[in-house]
Ligand binder design. Structure first.
Ligand code: FAD
Length: 247
């Protein structure tokens, strides 16, 4: 039996993480998949890198489906709800019908106000009373957890008692996703228009993507990324000019 990846989990938010469990294909897998269609062999690293740039620039996306990541993710339920909208991936999630919920809730560092321009968004709001909000929230979360435990003690099934719990409870899931779908995820969720909490996961995934598939990440920055994110924008600005060559 193959051992799981021994990569350290990357911490996200206060208690969450993204941990790479397995990885297949990589940049070379993309190149091999593209070249198989005409029976061609690799013409060296530089030509392969340019080929990846060419594929992405011209929306030849299927070769990117041959590189696959398997992640173990811990995220608050409200983040997971947004995450699970990404249909091109495989998911398996912990069941709170089987397992008892622990005191494992996301506690935001700072409360944000409603954004004035983006109706869905939030922004820093210095006028908010952070201490009062933290206190209010803690009381609510503690109360919900106490009610949950009390209901279990009274004989209620886990699948019903969980109904009193808030959506900042952390859940865990396995997420197997190919590089094409991962790029779509990063493009949408590392972008400033996504909720800040899922942005943190989008950025953590972008880092792992860059680490494991540097050629594809570079091509993604050049021709796939149209969002707003200061770190990614700086990386994009720092890219050397490149003449992508056709295969
Ligand atoms: C900032 C932001 C705000 C959002 N707000 C809302 C909201 O208010 N309400 C809401 O419901 N959702 C919202 N979403 C979720 C969004 O609509 C998508 O469901 C989510 O981002 C997944 O994207 P996707 O469909 O591209 O990904 P995937 O489901 O992984 O699909 C990948 C790609 O496959 C193709 N595809 C998948 N399924 C089909 C299909 N049935 N037909 C044709 N092509 C398909 C598309 O090209 C798609 O881009 C929001 C997302 C973001 C980033």
């Amino acid at each position: 039996m193959k051992a799981e990846s021994n990569r350290e989990p990357v911490k996200v938010l206060d208690k969450g993480f993204v941990r790479l469990v397995d990885f297949m294909g990589g940049d070379q897998g993309v190149v091999d998949a593209a070249r198989v269609s005409y029976g061609g062999a690799s013409k060296g690293a530089e030509a392969d890198r340019k080929l990846i740039g060419y594929l992405l620039k011209h929306s030849h996306m299927t070769p990117f489906e041959h590189a696959v990541f398997k992640f173990h993710v811990s995220a608050p339920i409200f983040v997971a709800r947004q995450w699970f909208r990404h249909r091109f991936a495989a998911y398996n999630e912990v069941s709170f019908r089987y397992t008892e919920v622990k005191d494992y809730f996301y506690m935001p560092e700072r409360w944000r106000g409603q954004d004035k321009k983006n109706k869905q968004g939030s922004s820093a709001a210095p006028e908010l009373d952070q201490d009062a909000l933290h206190g209010l929230f803690r009381t609510q979360v503690d109360g919900a957890l106490a009610a949950y435990k009390k209901m279990l003690g009274m004989g209620v099934a886990r699948e019903m008692a969980r109904m009193v719990l808030p959506v900042n409870l952390y859940t865990e899931f396995y997420w197997t996703v190919n590089a094409r779908s991962l790029m779509n995820f990063v493009a949408l969720r590392a972008d400033a228009h996504a909720q800040l909490e899922i942005q943190a996961y989008g950025e953590a995934l972008a880092r792992q993507f860059k680490d494991l598939m540097p050629w594809t990440y570079e091509a993604f920055l050049r021709d796939g990324w149209r969002g707003e994110n200061p770190t990614i924008a700086a990386e994009k600005a720092a890219l050397p000019s490149l003449q992508t060559a056709a295969k």
